[in-house]
Design a protein around this ligand. Sequence first.
Ligand SMILES: Cc1ncc(COP(=O)(O)O)c(C=O)c1O
Length: 405
Amino acid sequence: MKKARLQDTAFMTRAVHAGERVPPADFTPVATPIHPTVGFLYESIDDLDAIFGTSREGYVYQRYGNPTVAAFETAMAMVEGSQTAGAAAFAYASGMAGIHAALLAAGVRAGTAIVAALDLYGATYTLVRNLLTQLGAQAKMVDIADLAEVEAALADVRPVAMIAETISNPLLKVADVPALATLAHRHGAQLLIDNTFASPYLFNPLASGADYVVHSATKYIGGHGDVLAGVVITTVENRRKLYELNKLVGSILGPFEAWLALRGLKTLPLRMRQQCANAARVAGWLAQNPGIRQVNYPGLAAHPQHALAQKLMGERGYGGMLSFEMADAGQARVFRFMERLQLCLPATTLGDIYTLVLHPATSSHRSLSEAERQAIGIRPGLVRLSAGIEEVEDIIADLAQALGG
Ligand SMILES: Cc1ncc(COP(=O)(O)O)c(C=O)c1O
Protein backbone atom coordinates (compact mmCIF):
# COMPACT_ATOMS: atom_id res chain seq x y z
CA MET A 1 0.00 0.00 0.00
CA LYS A 2 1.42 3.41 -1.00
CA LYS A 3 1.93 5.68 2.00
CA ALA A 4 -0.24 8.53 0.62
CA ARG A 5 -3.39 6.38 0.84
CA LEU A 6 -2.79 4.97 4.30
CA GLN A 7 -4.70 7.76 6.04
CA ASP A 8 -7.87 6.68 4.20
CA THR A 9 -7.72 3.10 5.45
CA ALA A 10 -9.36 1.46 8.47
CA PHE A 11 -7.76 1.45 11.93
CA MET A 12 -6.71 -2.23 11.60
CA THR A 13 -4.93 -1.52 8.33
CA ARG A 14 -3.21 1.59 9.68
CA ALA A 15 -2.07 -0.31 12.77
CA VAL A 16 -0.34 -2.85 10.53
CA HIS A 17 1.32 -0.52 7.98
CA ALA A 18 1.81 2.84 9.71
CA GLY A 19 5.42 3.88 10.31
CA GLU A 20 6.83 1.20 8.04
CA ARG A 21 8.72 1.61 4.77
CA VAL A 22 9.49 5.27 5.35
CA PRO A 23 11.50 6.52 2.32
CA PRO A 24 15.24 6.95 2.98
CA ALA A 25 16.18 10.34 4.42
CA ASP A 26 19.24 12.42 3.49
CA PHE A 27 21.32 11.15 6.42
CA THR A 28 23.42 8.07 7.02
CA PRO A 29 23.34 6.47 10.47
CA VAL A 30 26.85 6.43 11.96
CA ALA A 31 26.42 2.91 13.31
CA THR A 32 24.95 0.06 11.27
CA PRO A 33 21.19 -0.21 11.94
CA ILE A 34 19.57 -3.49 12.91
CA HIS A 35 17.31 -4.65 10.08
CA PRO A 36 14.88 -7.16 11.58
CA THR A 37 13.14 -7.90 8.30
CA VAL A 38 12.67 -11.20 6.55
CA GLY A 39 11.43 -9.77 3.24
CA PHE A 40 12.58 -6.88 1.01
CA LEU A 41 10.56 -4.78 -1.43
CA TYR A 42 11.59 -3.37 -4.83
CA GLU A 43 9.68 -1.01 -7.13
CA SER A 44 9.92 -3.52 -9.94
CA ILE A 45 9.39 -7.26 -9.55
CA ASP A 46 12.02 -7.63 -12.28
CA ASP A 47 14.56 -6.41 -9.72
CA LEU A 48 13.45 -9.08 -7.27
CA ASP A 49 13.73 -11.65 -10.02
CA ALA A 50 17.25 -10.47 -10.95
CA ILE A 51 18.37 -10.76 -7.33
CA PHE A 52 16.88 -14.24 -7.02
CA GLY A 53 18.73 -15.12 -10.20
CA THR A 54 21.98 -13.57 -8.80
CA SER A 55 22.48 -11.29 -11.83
CA ARG A 56 21.95 -8.36 -9.40
CA GLU A 57 23.14 -7.94 -5.81
CA GLY A 58 20.52 -7.30 -3.16
CA TYR A 59 18.28 -8.85 -0.58
CA VAL A 60 15.17 -10.94 -1.10
CA TYR A 61 14.78 -13.15 1.97
CA GLN A 62 16.65 -13.25 5.27
CA ARG A 63 18.01 -16.79 4.88
CA TYR A 64 19.68 -15.56 1.65
CA GLY A 65 21.07 -12.39 3.23
CA ASN A 66 20.28 -9.43 5.49
CA PRO A 67 21.97 -5.99 5.54
CA THR A 68 22.98 -6.13 9.25
CA VAL A 69 24.36 -9.64 8.87
CA ALA A 70 26.13 -8.58 5.66
CA ALA A 71 27.78 -5.68 7.53
CA PHE A 72 29.23 -8.13 10.06
CA GLU A 73 30.31 -10.49 7.27
CA THR A 74 32.01 -7.66 5.37
CA ALA A 75 33.86 -6.61 8.51
CA MET A 76 35.00 -10.18 9.18
CA ALA A 77 36.20 -10.65 5.59
CA MET A 78 38.24 -7.45 6.01
CA VAL A 79 39.87 -8.37 9.33
CA GLU A 80 40.47 -12.06 8.61
CA GLY A 81 40.90 -12.13 4.82
CA SER A 82 42.29 -8.73 3.83
CA GLN A 83 45.44 -10.34 2.39
CA THR A 84 43.41 -12.83 0.31
CA ALA A 85 41.76 -11.38 -2.80
CA GLY A 86 38.06 -12.22 -3.01
CA ALA A 87 37.84 -13.66 0.52
CA ALA A 88 34.26 -13.81 1.79
CA ALA A 89 32.72 -14.33 5.22
CA PHE A 90 29.46 -16.04 6.18
CA ALA A 91 27.87 -15.71 9.61
CA TYR A 92 26.17 -18.55 11.49
CA ALA A 93 23.96 -19.08 14.50
CA SER A 94 26.91 -20.58 16.41
CA GLY A 95 30.53 -21.57 15.97
CA MET A 96 29.44 -25.21 15.66
CA ALA A 97 27.01 -24.32 12.85
CA GLY A 98 29.92 -22.63 11.04
CA ILE A 99 32.22 -25.64 11.49
CA HIS A 100 29.50 -27.97 10.20
CA ALA A 101 28.89 -25.75 7.15
CA ALA A 102 32.61 -25.50 6.34
CA LEU A 103 33.04 -29.27 6.55
CA LEU A 104 30.07 -29.84 4.21
CA ALA A 105 31.28 -27.17 1.79
CA ALA A 106 34.73 -28.81 1.79
CA GLY A 107 33.05 -31.93 0.45
CA VAL A 108 32.61 -34.16 3.52
CA ARG A 109 30.01 -36.79 2.58
CA ALA A 110 29.39 -40.51 3.10
CA GLY A 111 32.35 -42.37 1.63
CA THR A 112 34.83 -39.50 2.07
CA ALA A 113 37.45 -39.09 4.80
CA ILE A 114 38.52 -36.31 7.18
CA VAL A 115 41.82 -35.97 9.01
CA ALA A 116 41.29 -34.15 12.31
CA ALA A 117 43.52 -32.97 15.11
CA LEU A 118 43.14 -35.02 18.26
CA ASP A 119 43.24 -31.70 20.10
CA LEU A 120 39.93 -30.07 19.22
CA TYR A 121 37.13 -28.41 21.18
CA GLY A 122 34.98 -31.27 22.56
CA ALA A 123 31.92 -30.63 20.40
CA THR A 124 34.05 -30.39 17.22
CA TYR A 125 35.78 -33.64 18.17
CA THR A 126 32.43 -35.36 18.72
CA LEU A 127 30.93 -33.88 15.53
CA VAL A 128 33.79 -35.32 13.47
CA ARG A 129 34.39 -38.52 15.41
CA ASN A 130 30.77 -39.53 16.07
CA LEU A 131 28.18 -37.69 13.97
CA LEU A 132 30.07 -37.54 10.68
CA THR A 133 31.24 -41.15 10.99
CA GLN A 134 27.66 -42.25 11.77
CA LEU A 135 26.71 -40.51 8.50
CA GLY A 136 29.27 -42.60 6.60
CA ALA A 137 32.43 -40.45 6.55
CA GLN A 138 35.74 -41.76 7.87
CA ALA A 139 37.56 -39.73 10.56
CA LYS A 140 41.25 -40.15 11.27
CA MET A 141 42.45 -38.34 14.40
CA VAL A 142 46.11 -37.28 14.47
CA ASP A 143 48.62 -35.45 16.64
CA ILE A 144 48.67 -32.27 14.57
CA ALA A 145 52.10 -31.28 15.93
CA ASP A 146 53.64 -34.42 14.41
CA LEU A 147 53.90 -33.50 10.72
CA ALA A 148 55.17 -36.97 9.75
CA GLU A 149 52.07 -38.53 11.35
CA VAL A 150 49.86 -35.96 9.59
CA GLU A 151 51.40 -36.74 6.20
CA ALA A 152 51.08 -40.49 6.73
CA ALA A 153 47.38 -40.05 7.62
CA LEU A 154 46.78 -37.88 4.54
CA ALA A 155 48.42 -40.47 2.30
CA ASP A 156 46.54 -43.29 4.01
CA VAL A 157 42.92 -42.03 3.96
CA ARG A 158 43.11 -39.40 1.14
CA PRO A 159 40.71 -37.03 2.92
CA VAL A 160 38.68 -34.23 1.36
CA ALA A 161 39.34 -32.08 4.44
CA MET A 162 41.69 -31.65 7.37
CA ILE A 163 40.66 -29.69 10.48
CA ALA A 164 42.76 -28.22 13.31
CA GLU A 165 42.71 -25.32 15.79
CA THR A 166 45.41 -22.63 15.56
CA ILE A 167 45.73 -22.81 19.35
CA SER A 168 43.99 -25.87 20.73
CA ASN A 169 41.26 -26.04 23.34
CA PRO A 170 42.15 -26.70 26.17
CA LEU A 171 45.84 -27.73 26.01
CA LEU A 172 47.06 -24.70 24.01
CA LYS A 173 48.95 -26.70 21.38
CA VAL A 174 49.88 -24.62 18.34
CA ALA A 175 49.22 -25.81 14.77
CA ASP A 176 51.85 -25.10 12.12
CA VAL A 177 49.23 -23.77 9.69
CA PRO A 178 51.56 -23.00 6.74
CA ALA A 179 53.09 -26.51 6.91
CA LEU A 180 49.64 -28.13 7.32
CA ALA A 181 48.31 -26.23 4.29
CA THR A 182 51.22 -27.45 2.16
CA LEU A 183 50.69 -31.05 3.27
CA ALA A 184 46.89 -30.91 2.86
CA HIS A 185 47.10 -29.47 -0.65
CA ARG A 186 49.80 -31.94 -1.68
CA HIS A 187 47.31 -34.71 -0.88
CA GLY A 188 44.25 -33.02 -2.40
CA ALA A 189 42.59 -32.00 0.89
CA GLN A 190 41.20 -28.63 1.92
CA LEU A 191 42.40 -27.18 5.22
CA LEU A 192 39.90 -25.89 7.82
CA ILE A 193 41.37 -23.88 10.68
CA ASP A 194 39.44 -22.99 13.81
CA ASN A 195 41.04 -19.66 14.69
CA THR A 196 38.84 -18.96 17.73
CA PHE A 197 41.61 -18.89 20.38
CA ALA A 198 44.01 -16.75 18.31
CA SER A 199 41.34 -14.38 16.94
CA PRO A 200 41.97 -12.48 13.68
CA TYR A 201 44.05 -9.98 15.64
CA LEU A 202 46.85 -12.48 16.29
CA PHE A 203 46.84 -14.66 13.19
CA ASN A 204 45.16 -14.93 9.75
CA PRO A 205 45.17 -18.57 8.54
CA LEU A 206 43.87 -17.78 5.01
CA ALA A 207 47.10 -15.88 4.32
CA SER A 208 49.02 -19.03 5.34
CA GLY A 209 47.13 -21.25 2.91
CA ALA A 210 44.04 -22.39 4.86
CA ASP A 211 40.92 -22.82 2.72
CA TYR A 212 38.33 -22.19 5.44
CA VAL A 213 38.81 -20.23 8.67
CA VAL A 214 36.15 -20.75 11.32
CA HIS A 215 35.48 -18.79 14.49
CA SER A 216 33.17 -19.18 17.37
CA ALA A 217 32.34 -15.45 17.28
CA THR A 218 30.73 -16.12 20.66
CA LYS A 219 34.26 -15.73 22.07
CA TYR A 220 36.79 -12.99 21.28
CA ILE A 221 34.88 -11.42 18.39
CA GLY A 222 31.67 -10.82 20.37
CA GLY A 223 33.82 -10.44 23.46
CA HIS A 224 31.16 -9.62 26.04
CA GLY A 225 29.46 -12.94 26.70
CA ASP A 226 26.15 -11.75 25.31
CA VAL A 227 25.91 -13.31 21.84
CA LEU A 228 26.22 -16.81 20.37
CA ALA A 229 27.56 -16.62 16.81
CA GLY A 230 29.87 -18.25 14.30
CA VAL A 231 31.65 -17.10 11.17
CA VAL A 232 33.46 -18.82 8.30
CA ILE A 233 35.87 -16.92 6.08
CA THR A 234 36.87 -18.59 2.85
CA THR A 235 38.56 -18.05 -0.49
CA VAL A 236 36.94 -16.83 -3.68
CA GLU A 237 36.83 -20.42 -4.99
CA ASN A 238 34.62 -21.63 -2.12
CA ARG A 239 32.32 -18.68 -1.48
CA ARG A 240 29.58 -19.82 -3.85
CA LYS A 241 29.51 -23.31 -2.29
CA LEU A 242 28.99 -21.87 1.20
CA TYR A 243 26.34 -19.42 0.00
CA GLU A 244 24.32 -22.15 -1.73
CA LEU A 245 24.65 -24.41 1.32
CA ASN A 246 23.44 -21.66 3.67
CA LYS A 247 20.35 -21.12 1.55
CA LEU A 248 19.48 -24.81 1.92
CA VAL A 249 20.52 -25.48 5.52
CA GLY A 250 19.72 -22.09 7.02
CA SER A 251 21.89 -22.18 10.14
CA ILE A 252 22.48 -18.45 9.61
CA LEU A 253 22.94 -15.62 12.12
CA GLY A 254 20.05 -13.24 12.87
CA PRO A 255 20.37 -9.44 12.56
CA PHE A 256 20.25 -8.74 16.33
CA GLU A 257 23.11 -11.14 17.00
CA ALA A 258 25.03 -9.86 13.96
CA TRP A 259 24.75 -6.34 15.34
CA LEU A 260 26.19 -7.42 18.70
CA ALA A 261 29.00 -9.35 17.02
CA LEU A 262 29.84 -6.37 14.79
CA ARG A 263 29.91 -4.05 17.80
CA GLY A 264 32.15 -6.49 19.66
CA LEU A 265 34.60 -6.73 16.78
CA LYS A 266 35.35 -3.00 16.96
CA THR A 267 37.21 -3.35 20.27
CA LEU A 268 38.81 -6.74 19.54
CA PRO A 269 42.39 -5.39 19.28
CA LEU A 270 42.09 -3.36 22.50
CA ARG A 271 40.63 -6.25 24.46
CA MET A 272 43.07 -8.75 22.97
CA ARG A 273 46.10 -6.65 23.88
CA GLN A 274 45.02 -6.51 27.50
CA GLN A 275 44.00 -10.19 27.54
CA CYS A 276 47.35 -11.29 26.08
CA ALA A 277 49.22 -9.23 28.67
CA ASN A 278 47.04 -10.53 31.52
CA ALA A 279 47.32 -14.16 30.38
CA ALA A 280 51.12 -13.89 30.07
CA ARG A 281 51.39 -12.48 33.61
CA VAL A 282 48.99 -15.07 35.11
CA ALA A 283 50.80 -17.92 33.30
CA GLY A 284 54.15 -16.71 34.64
CA TRP A 285 52.72 -16.45 38.18
CA LEU A 286 51.14 -19.93 38.03
CA ALA A 287 54.38 -21.43 36.70
CA GLN A 288 56.09 -20.26 39.94
CA ASN A 289 53.34 -21.66 42.18
CA PRO A 290 54.29 -24.92 43.94
CA GLY A 291 50.64 -26.06 43.91
CA ILE A 292 50.63 -26.13 40.11
CA ARG A 293 52.05 -29.13 38.24
CA GLN A 294 52.02 -27.71 34.71
CA VAL A 295 51.05 -24.49 32.91
CA ASN A 296 50.13 -24.54 29.20
CA TYR A 297 50.64 -21.15 27.58
CA PRO A 298 52.35 -20.61 24.18
CA GLY A 299 53.97 -17.42 25.47
CA LEU A 300 56.04 -19.28 28.07
CA ALA A 301 59.57 -20.08 26.89
CA ALA A 302 59.04 -23.61 28.29
CA HIS A 303 56.06 -24.25 25.96
CA PRO A 304 57.16 -26.92 23.43
CA GLN A 305 55.93 -24.77 20.52
CA HIS A 306 56.93 -21.36 21.80
CA ALA A 307 59.12 -20.70 18.73
CA LEU A 308 56.29 -21.71 16.36
CA ALA A 309 53.83 -19.46 18.24
CA GLN A 310 56.33 -16.61 17.91
CA LYS A 311 56.66 -17.26 14.17
CA LEU A 312 52.88 -17.35 13.58
CA MET A 313 51.72 -14.58 15.90
CA GLY A 314 54.77 -12.34 15.98
CA GLU A 315 54.87 -9.37 18.27
CA ARG A 316 51.19 -9.12 19.07
CA GLY A 317 51.06 -11.68 21.86
CA TYR A 318 50.25 -15.31 22.55
CA GLY A 319 46.55 -15.12 23.27
CA GLY A 320 44.36 -14.74 26.31
CA MET A 321 43.89 -18.47 27.00
CA LEU A 322 45.91 -20.74 29.25
CA SER A 323 45.39 -23.98 31.13
CA PHE A 324 47.05 -25.47 34.18
CA GLU A 325 47.05 -28.68 36.13
CA MET A 326 46.66 -28.49 39.88
CA ALA A 327 49.18 -30.78 41.61
CA ASP A 328 47.67 -34.01 42.99
CA ALA A 329 44.16 -32.71 42.34
CA GLY A 330 41.11 -34.56 41.11
CA GLN A 331 37.74 -33.22 40.09
CA ALA A 332 36.60 -32.54 43.69
CA ARG A 333 39.55 -30.25 44.49
CA VAL A 334 39.16 -28.39 41.20
CA PHE A 335 35.46 -27.86 41.93
CA ARG A 336 36.26 -26.47 45.46
CA PHE A 337 38.87 -24.13 43.89
CA MET A 338 36.29 -22.90 41.37
CA GLU A 339 33.70 -22.35 44.12
CA ARG A 340 36.18 -20.27 46.16
CA LEU A 341 36.83 -17.81 43.32
CA GLN A 342 35.43 -14.37 44.12
CA LEU A 343 36.25 -12.37 40.97
CA CYS A 344 37.02 -14.94 38.25
CA LEU A 345 33.81 -16.55 37.01
CA PRO A 346 33.39 -20.33 36.75
CA ALA A 347 31.29 -19.97 33.57
CA THR A 348 31.31 -22.19 30.48
CA THR A 349 32.65 -19.90 27.80
CA LEU A 350 35.82 -17.96 26.94
CA GLY A 351 37.12 -14.81 25.31
CA ASP A 352 34.96 -12.44 27.36
CA ILE A 353 35.98 -9.24 29.12
CA TYR A 354 35.51 -11.21 32.36
CA THR A 355 38.14 -13.68 33.54
CA LEU A 356 36.58 -17.15 33.22
CA VAL A 357 37.62 -20.50 34.64
CA LEU A 358 36.39 -23.89 33.43
CA HIS A 359 37.00 -27.59 34.16
CA PRO A 360 37.42 -29.17 30.67
CA ALA A 361 36.84 -32.79 31.74
CA THR A 362 33.27 -32.00 32.89
CA SER A 363 32.36 -29.21 30.47
CA SER A 364 34.05 -28.42 27.13
CA HIS A 365 35.22 -32.06 26.74
CA ARG A 366 32.42 -33.82 28.62
CA SER A 367 31.12 -35.42 25.40
CA LEU A 368 34.34 -37.44 25.07
CA SER A 369 34.81 -40.80 26.79
CA GLU A 370 37.27 -41.05 29.70
CA ALA A 371 39.61 -43.01 27.40
CA GLU A 372 39.45 -40.30 24.72
CA ARG A 373 40.24 -37.59 27.30
CA GLN A 374 43.14 -39.68 28.60
CA ALA A 375 44.51 -40.10 25.07
CA ILE A 376 44.46 -36.33 24.52
CA GLY A 377 45.87 -35.53 27.97
CA ILE A 378 42.80 -33.89 29.54
CA ARG A 379 43.15 -35.01 33.15
CA PRO A 380 40.76 -34.38 36.07
CA GLY A 381 43.11 -31.76 37.61
CA LEU A 382 43.19 -29.60 34.45
CA VAL A 383 41.73 -26.07 34.65
CA ARG A 384 41.26 -23.71 31.68
CA LEU A 385 41.49 -19.97 32.23
CA SER A 386 40.37 -17.22 29.86
CA ALA A 387 41.99 -13.95 30.92
CA GLY A 388 39.62 -10.99 31.03
CA ILE A 389 40.49 -7.32 30.83
CA GLU A 390 40.45 -6.63 34.60
CA GLU A 391 43.50 -5.35 36.49
CA VAL A 392 45.80 -8.37 36.47
CA GLU A 393 46.82 -8.03 40.15
CA ASP A 394 43.17 -8.50 41.12
CA ILE A 395 42.96 -11.68 39.02
CA ILE A 396 46.12 -13.06 40.62
CA ALA A 397 44.96 -12.19 44.15
CA ASP A 398 41.71 -14.07 43.50
CA LEU A 399 43.50 -17.13 42.12
CA ALA A 400 45.94 -17.07 45.07
CA GLN A 401 43.18 -17.05 47.69
CA ALA A 402 41.19 -19.76 45.87
CA LEU A 403 44.25 -22.01 45.42
CA GLY A 404 45.60 -21.40 48.88
CA GLY A 405 42.55 -22.15 51.01
C1 LIG B 1 37.70 -23.53 19.80
C2 LIG B 1 36.21 -23.55 19.73
N1 LIG B 1 35.63 -23.72 18.54
C3 LIG B 1 34.29 -23.76 18.41
C4 LIG B 1 33.46 -23.63 19.50
C5 LIG B 1 31.97 -23.69 19.32
O1 LIG B 1 31.44 -22.42 19.38
P1 LIG B 1 29.90 -22.09 19.70
O2 LIG B 1 29.71 -22.38 21.17
O3 LIG B 1 29.76 -20.66 19.33
O4 LIG B 1 29.08 -23.00 18.86
C6 LIG B 1 34.03 -23.43 20.77
C7 LIG B 1 33.17 -23.28 21.95
O5 LIG B 1 33.62 -23.22 23.06
C8 LIG B 1 35.44 -23.40 20.88
O6 LIG B 1 36.05 -23.24 22.07
